[in-house]
Design a binder for this molecule. Structure first.
Ligand SMILES: Nc1ncnc2c1ncn2[C@@H]1O[C@H](COP(=O)(O)OP(=O)(O)O)[C@@H](O)[C@H]1O
Ligand SMILES: [Mg+2]
Length: 166
């Protein structure tokens, strides 16, 4: 079942991501979904910082993939420009996922069919005010469904009552 957190600043979105990073395990895959400017890269920055990445995390739009060193190796991909699935497969994604690293893919929903069944979908959407964002988590596959309770607990400070009720 999806859970939604709400933030009112980029710093807060980074905090949500950092809280989720505490649950990261080697081989994890997170797909970041949402329009341009929704905060996919900002989320990755908070996530990476919590993993101990000290290097600045920048948008990989023109490089496809960047690799950072932290408590885990963090692979950060942006597949926005990829028109075809075989281009993604050429990136050697499966090798990345089989390794000891954690992988975050912006615009990852485009390639979800080519990926294994196990991933956390992180959907970022604009809210009412300029700096409002809604971050919806949807665990896909047993690897993430098994952590659903822990996921909910980690973002609990940002889940509003109205959302819990709906
Ligand atoms: N609550 C928020 N969460 C994330 N980003 C926010 C928020 N409020 C404002 N922003 C701004 O929105 C932009 C998000 O950009 P970015 O993370 O690069 O988006 P994307 O990677 O999804 O295209 C940044 O300029 C950031 O400062
Ligand atoms: Mg981005």
């Amino acid at each position: 079942m999806p859970i939604t957190a709400s933030t009112t600043s980029v710093a807060e979105t980074r905090q949500v991501a950092a809280a989720l990073a505490e649950l990261a395990r080697a081989g994890d895959l997170l797909l970041l979904v949402g329009d341009l400017g929704a905060g996919k890269t900002a989320f990755t920055q908070g996530f990476g910082a919590a993993l101990g990445v000290v290097e600045p995390i920048t948008s990989p739009t023109f490089t496809l993939a960047r690799v950072y060193e932290g408590r885990f190796v963090l692979n950060h991909l942006d597949v926005y420009r990829l028109a075809q699935l075989d281009e993604v497969l050429d990136l050697g994604l499966q090798e990345l996922l089989d390794g000891d690293s954690v992988t975050l893919i912006e615009w990852g929903d485009v390639i979800a069919p080519a990926l294994g069944a196990d991933y956390l979908e992180v959907r970022l959407a604009f809210g009412d005010r300029d700096d409002d964002r809604h971050i919806t988590l949807e665990p896909m596959g047993t690897r993430w469904v098994a952590r659903a309770r822990a996921l909910a607990a980690s973002i609990e400070p940002w889940v509003t009552r109205e959302q819990e009720a709906s």
